[in-house]
Design a protein around this ligand. Structure first.
Ligand code: NAP
Length: 291
């Protein structure tokens, strides 16, 4: 029960990797806030995790990361429920077969996969710094993917380019690495670290709930899914970054299986990291003092 006394928040905690991470953290004694977009799927996950963990310090927060108003409401709810956070896992992610806009008028892959964690994390930084101040530090892990691409900063919402699902997904997930790098720079000296992880390829419901998953992915999951690792295996990479002593002071890095891996060139450019931060802050309406 090494995590007794710690409070964690995991996004996308009802399915796949997020659920495996949330379960492991709760089993290790942490109080875990499950951020899920469906009250029903979230409640089902909560019941199962409480049973597996053997305690009921497992709470549900309903929030659709495609809505900035929802994210702000969820962040306010977290502030109402706790004075400190020690672990934050930005895991929720998805892909869409067709281009579509969120209620905020932003292309939805960018909104859910990059701007969602960007805004949520910024709104929770004070709680993470309070957690770090309690002595054991605080850690953020952003779940990315393995990609070799560059974000088109002049067309983040895919208005002037033909939309392609995997290209949009790749660019949005590259945003996670840019965000990790710039946030680490801003958090230097605070006791809060942030790293990005490629969890490997594993069996999950990725992109499935929206009916947005394309037929090729569905066919692949149906026929060859059995050969893929389970989410619990992928969770080990996240848990390592959240809990291992040897990465306690490491921040701003992009990891695979317990080792740093190469990030796309654009993510290694501090000016590009800062530029995406500036554009993202504008898109989510972060006040200058918040950003
Ligand atoms: N599976 C892989 O091979 C693989 C490889 C590389 C990276 N990843 C990354 O791993 C992470 C977890 O994915 P997974 O494979 O475990 O997929 P998953 O089983 O589909 O889980 C994704 C989670 O994100 C949630 N989510 C999606 N859209 C959301 C929104 N608008 N607001 C709030 N929550 C939302 C989902 O909620 P619902 O259940 O309500 O849809 C679900 O809980 C993602 O960031 C993904 O990009 C996965």
């Amino acid at each position: 029960m090494a995590l007794t006394g710690s409070t964690a928040l995991v996004t996308g905690a009802n399915s796949g990797l997020g659920r495996a991470v949330a379960t492991a953290l709760a089993k290790d004694g942490a109080r875990v806030l499950l951020l899920c977009r469906s009250a029903e799927r979230g409640a089902e996950a909560r019941t199962a995790i409480v049973q597996e963990a053997g305690h009921d310090r497992v709470e549900l927060l309903v929030c659709d990361l495609a809505s900035q108003a929802d994210i702000r409401a969820a962040a306010a709810e977290v502030h109402a429920r706790t004075e400190a956070l020690h672990l934050l896992v930005n895991n929720a992610g998805t892909a869409f077969a067709e281009r579509g806009l969120t209620v905020d008028g932003i292309e939805r892959t960018l909104a859910v996969d990059h701007l969602g964690p960007f805004l949520l994390t910024n709104l929770l930084l004070d709680l993470l710094q309070a957690g770090a101040g309690q002595g054991r530090g605080a850690r953020i892990v952003n779940v990315g993917t393995k990609i070799d691409t560059a974000m088109d900063f002049s067309d983040l919402s895919w208005e002037r380019r033909p939309y392609r699902m995997m290209a949009a997904y790749g660019e949005a997930k590259l945003g996670n690495i840019h965000f990790t790098r710039e946030l680490a720079r801003r958090l230097r000296g605070t006791g809060v670290t942030v790293n990005c992880v490629f969890p490997g390829v594993f069996l999950s419901n990725l992109g499935g709930t929206d009916g947005a998953q394309n037929w090729a992915l569905k066919l692949f999951a149906k026929t060859l899914g059995w050969a893929l690792p389970k989410p619990e295996r992928a969770a080990e990479r996240v848990l390592y970054l959240l809990t291992a002593a040897d990465v306690a002071g490491v921040s701003g890095e992009y990891f695979g299986d317990r080792k740093r891996i190469r990030a796309p060139d654009q993510a290694n450019d501090p000016a590009a990291n800062a530029e995406l931060w500036r554009l993202s802050a504008e898109l989510v309406g972060l006040e200058a003092r918040e950003a």
